[in-house]
Design a protein around this ligand. Structure first.
Ligand SMILES: Cc1ncc(COP(=O)(O)O)c(C=O)c1O
Length: 204
């Protein structure tokens, strides 16, 4: 007989059952309830930002961030080139055009020098999306500085880097908008996913 080995199968133990029961008992099954509010607050305070919003997926968080950056059909968005496809798919959902920025050898993430070259070569993009691949932060301060200098919002795809820090600061705090993911393959998992918003960003 073949023994099937599941990938990240859910573990439902005492606390999970307690909270599920509590949600039913208090009738806070939909739309949202206390547990989601607390999840958002705890996530925001763990990362060090003022707000976090739980969405259905990291992809949805990236999509929302692009909408908040007002990406319209034909607009350019500079994106990491070595990443999971969800980093860049939402650009297509809005009819935007990805410009792939090459990676550097040290972190395998977006190369700040390549980003600078792209700003010289292409018309101004609506946003830059940088991914922190495999839990390794990109050179986030350098990348943010280039974006600030060009007055273009940075979206941080921290789907793979929850808990990782860059120069002592949690990833997920560098972008104007940042996305985390708690899908089953990530280092911390849940059925809830998060998009987070940074202190300085405006309320949409
Ligand atoms: C780099 C990266 N961005 C975005 C996502 C999308 O997250 P989700 O699966 O929660 O939509 C993932 C993982 O799935 C990812 O690895």
């Amino acid at each position: 007989m073949i023994k099937r080995i599941y990938l990240s199968s859910p573990t439902m133990h005492d606390l999970e059952m307690k909270y599920i029961q509590e949600a039913f008992d208090t009738n806070w099954v939909a739309p949202l309830g206390k547990n989601v509010d607390e999840f958002e607050n705890e996530m925001a305070s763990f990362i060090g930002v003022s707000h976090a919003a739980a969405l259905v997926s990291g992809t949805a968080a990236l999509h929302l961030a692009l909408k908040l950056c007002n990406v319209q059909p034909g607009d350019l968005v500079f994106c990491s080139d070595l990443t999971f496809s969800a980093t860049v798919n939402p650009v297509s959902y809005e009819g935007g055009v990805q410009v792939f920025i090459d990676s550097e050898r040290d972190t395998w993430n977006m190369d700040p020098r390549a980003l600078e070259r792209a700003f010289k070569k292409y018309p101004k993009p609506k946003a830059v999306i940088v991914a922190n691949l495999y839990g390794i932060p990109a050179q986030l301060e350098e990348i943010k500085e280039i974006c600030d200098h060009n007055n273009v919002p940075l979206i941080e795809d921290a789907a793979e880097s929850l808990g990782a820090t860059y120069r002592g600061k949690q990833t997920g705090t560098f972008g104007k908008y940042s996305a985390l993911s708690l899908v089953v393959l990530k280092n911390s998992t849940s059925k809830e996913y998060t998009g987070i918003r940074k202190k300085s960003s405006k309320v949409a």
